[in-house]
Design a binder for this molecule. Structure first.
Ligand code: ASP
Length: 327
């Protein structure tokens, strides 16, 4: 894929052609899922790929680890807690060190929004954003898009409603950048405390915001539920939390009341009994496990696309340097 970014930080880093290419490649990889041995190894040299998760994760980290192994690459889990990052070394120094050891790429999760943007101009190593603060989770949005197409939803003219804590959600932000490119109308819904300030939404003229959940269910072709991210609220105080299940929680009964048979997505982890009921998770409306399953193929596609670009600006050029060069 031409000009695929070496530091894939945000959906905004991609052109539409890149996204179409990723969807195609993920589909091809899915075709091998019953026989990984049969997958032609896409790399001449076996790459070394590290994950460095500086914030908790179950799905994303494991899905990347499995994707790396399926591609025949070597996987290293870089443990930030036992590394020199704890001794005050900067992330940039750490990444340069990994690159000097022969690591080709690092998948990073950070609790600091936009922390990875500093590496775009002179990448110390190839980087994929595994979620940064409240900013972006681009690989999640892409695997969601892949899942929507896999279940037969053509987004053109469709309404996707994102319900929950969008203001704190990096997934929500990435979906906002992605779905309208495929002709979808996006509605953000939740208590007013969860909705981004209208000022911020000027960038997204096709996105609507509302607190009216009943109207949203009636108008939607897909519901995308988000967790209330208590850990990102100051003091963990969320005054609408108690009433949230009743006001905005989605259950089979609620869908039936609206006579709606639509897919319900969730990036996980789900707070069962808050934004979603157990019976909905057990019902045919819930596609959370398809999202998890498809995450492997989309992340394989993204890893391959980033690895296959050749970037002359990368890392430290130390090979062959001698003492004579200092004169
Ligand atoms: N797993 C997603 C993320 O890392 C969603 C969440 O945590 O609620 O952003």
């Amino acid at each position: 894929m031409q000009n695929f970014p070496s530091v894939f930080e945000s959906i905004k880093d991609l052109e539409k052609g890149h996204i179409d290419g990723l969807l195609k490649l993920a589909g091809k990889f899915k075709g091998y899922s019953h026989d990984w041995q049969g997958l032609p190894i896409p790399f001449i040299k076996r790459p070394i790929i590290a994950t460095s998760f500086l914030e908790n994760s179950t799905r994303t980290k494991h899905s990347f680890a499995i994707a790396i192994k399926n591609l025949g690459a070597t996987y290293i889990d870089f443990n930030a807690d036992t590394s020199s990052l704890k001794k005050g070394e900067s992330l940039e120094e750490t990444l340069r060190t990994l690159h000097s050891q022969g690591v080709d790429m690092c998948i990073i999760r950070s609790n600091i929004s936009r922390e990875l943007a500093q590496f775009k101009e002179k990448p110390p190593i190839k980087i994929i954003n595994g979620g940064d603060g409240t900013h972006q989770h681009p690989t999640q949005a892409l695997l969601d898009l892949f899942t929507m197409t896999e279940i037969g939803l053509d987004l053109e003219g469709k309404t996707i409603s994102i319900i929950g804590d969008t203001i704190h959600s990096r997934v929500g932000h990435s979906l906002l950048d992605l779905l309208p490119q495929f002709g979808a109308k996006v509605i953000l819904c939740g208590p007013s405390e969860c909705l981004p300030p209208s000022q911020e939404m000027k960038e997204y003229p096709h996105v609507e915001m509302t607190t009216n959940i009943d109207e949203v269910i009636d108008r939607s072709d897909l519901l995308y539920l988000l967790r209330i991210q208590k850990e990102r609220h100051s003091g963990n105080q969320v005054n609408y939390y108690e009433s949230y299940p009743n006001d905005y929680g989605i259950s089979v009964e609620r869908l039936k009341r609206h006579n709606k048979h639509l897919p319900v997505f969730h990036p996980g982890p789900a707070n069962v009994g808050v934004e979603i009921t157990r019976d909905l998770i057990e019902s045919p409306y819930y596609f959370g496990y398809e999202q998890v399953h498809n995450s492997i193929f989309m992340r394989m596609a993204i890893i391959q696309a980033v690895l296959q670009n050749s970037d002359k600006r990368l890392g430290i050029q130390f090979a062959g340097r001698t003492i004579q060069d200092l004169a």
